[in-house]
Design a protein around this ligand. Structure first.
Ligand SMILES: [Zn+2]
Length: 366
């Protein structure tokens, strides 16, 4: 079986749809040809010239990285900085670079779930679920076609809520219509009013799947004119959003937890606010720069909030309400490359997939 770069991309995008990236982000294919055959994949947190050289040495023509090497528009490509040099090296050697960044942060099985697993958190859920990304479809189907149309809608991604698929609500009633002169009706005859036993079906789907779902509806539905309506929902999407919160199996004192955190994440150093005189069990996390979630962490009753890139004055904002911990940006996200390798190896078992051997952290400690 030959796999092209676009096959790898569509698998990754089925897990972390690009539509979930933040508007400042640049996730997606940054260099390379979607139609090229994949010779091997190198998974990394960052892309640098050394990472591109490693990909070449390992025979990989695809680098899947968390951080996009290109964030802002490039006006020239002369090699005057590391971004340009990395891109030039990749292009000269036909290396595709694909970034899966804030969209991988935003999905339940993404960056934060990996951290939660390392720390041993249970009952995990998204800390700040995203609103306004779900849509409701209501449609009307002749009774005998209801199952067939519903199955087509499920196949296209409608009707999934958390761990439940095929979620719909159905009620039976009468549909009426009068086929006009130009009509070619599935039931009834032109010029005669008809009434049909129909099922009214309601189901939800993530908005980004809209085009495929409406196409599936129209293809599976027997009517020439399919009656349906769509409504945007205010509901939160429980599997999409920022950060994660979960429980330790047993309460721990703050100091023991910090030592556990150091060992579990392989940390050389961490920064934290004063250890409070109470046990900790509910732990909020956000890989990378996540201090914007401090309010959500407090609101959810977290005893600890772990993130990175916290500034001096932001540590004060913990205000003795929780234990605020900065474990470093690279350190918080380093296991993302393992996550990527696992996601790719499960699907493409015959493509050689590697973890970078390089430490791309630009920060050293003394
Ligand atoms: Zn990051």
């Amino acid at each position: 079986m030959v796999y092209l770069i676009k096959h790898v991309i569509s698998h990754l995008e089925s897990i972390a749809p690009p539509v979930y990236q933040e508007n400042y982000d640049n996730s997606g294919l940054i260099t390379g040809d979607r139609d090229a055959e994949v010779s091997g994949i190198l998974c990394s947190l960052d892309v640098t010239e050394a990472v591109v050289a490693e990909a070449i040495a390992k025979g990989c023509n695809l680098i899947v990285a968390h951080h996009p090497i290109v964030f802002k528009g490039l006006k020239t490509l002369t090699g005057k900085n590391y971004v340009e040099r990395t891109v030039i090296l990749a292009i000269k050697n036909d290396i595709a670079i694909y970034a899966i960044h804030t969209n991988l942060d935003a999905v339940y099985q993404g960056v934060n779930q990996k951290i939660a697993q390392k720390i041993g958190l249970q009952q995990t859920r998204i800390l700040a679920p995203k609103k306004g990304i779900l849509t409701k479809l209501t449609t009307f189907i002749p009774k005998e076609n209801a199952d067939e149309v519903l199955n087509a809608l499920y196949q296209a991604g409608a009707g999934t809520i958390g761990e439940y698929a095929h979620c719909s609500f159905q009620i039976q009633g009468k549909g009426t219509f009068l086929p006009l002169d130009g009509a070619d009706p599935h039931l009834g005859v032109r010029g005669e009013a008809a009434s049909v036993d129909e099922v009214r079906v309601e189901l939800m789907f993530p908005e980004y799947l809209r085009t495929g779902i409406i196409r599936a509806l129209k293809e599976a539905h027997p009517y020439e004119e399919v009656a349906y309506y769509l409504q945007s929902l205010e509901n939160e999407h429980q599997e999409v959003g920022s950060g994660m919160v979960g429980m330790l199996p047993e309460p721990m004192d703050g100091k023991s937890f910090l030592l556990h955190l150091k060992a579990a994440m392989g940390l050389e150093i961490l920064k934290h606010t004063a250890i409070l005189d109470k046990k900790v069990q509910r732990i909020a996390i956000c890989g990378g720069a996540g201090i914007f979630l401090l309010g959500s962490a407090m609101k959810t009753g977290a005893d600890v909030f772990i993130t990175a890139d916290i500034k001096y004055h932001e540590f004060f904002d913990a205000d003795q309400k929780l234990l605020l911990v900065d474990i470093g940006h690279y350190e918080s996200e380093i296991y993302t490359k393992e996550l990527l390798k696992d996601l790719l190896s499960q699907k493409f078992s015959n493509i050689a997939t590697y973890l970078t051997n390089l430490v791309t952290n630009p920060i050293s400690y003394l």
